[in-house]
Design a protein. Structure first.
Length: 144
């Protein structure tokens, strides 16, 4: 459903949000290990997220990645998905066809519309603050 870039990006941002709530900045090695992702790939993803003001970074021995605490309540999963994958998850064909619309639908087109709408609602309504404050956090996993 999401690209590999987006999957790793979502996991990384959720992890960083959790650490931000604990007043911590985290380095790329720690993030990569925590979400089970290749370090260079994760660095490239975080560079894109930082450029788009989802995450922030400070260089140096006491540096690392973090999220502005005031933004935790306003950044949604949808913001992250749109930075990394664009809006194709909301508009693209469920079978990956280039031309799929109401006039020329694929076999899943009309069923997929409802799924996309529900997914969009969930992504737009889920904030990083909500995920970082979840009381069941210790029961959730960010890696395989």
């Amino acid at each position: 459903m999401f690209s590999k870039t987006c999957e790793y990006g979502l996991r990384a941002v959720i992890f960083i949000a959790q650490q931000t709530k604990s007043e911590k900045k985290v380095g790329i090695t720690t993030i990569s290990e925590a979400i089970d992702s290749p370090q260079a790939f994760t660095a490239k993803i975080l560079q894109q997220l930082t450029k788009n003001k989802i995450t922030q970074s400070i260089k140096g021995p006491t540096g690392g990645f973090f999220i502005d605490k005031t933004k935790l309540k306003t950044i949604t999963l949808s913001n992250i998905v749109e930075v990394l994958d664009g809006d194709t998850i909301y508009t693209g064909c469920g079978l990956g066809l280039h031309e799929c619309n109401d006039n020329k639908p694929c076999p899943l087109h009309f069923k997929f519309i409802a799924i996309r709408e529900e997914l969009k609602k969930m992504l737009e309504s889920t904030t990083l603050l909500e995920l970082s404050e979840d009381k069941n956090l210790q029961n959730y996993y960010l890696k395989n």
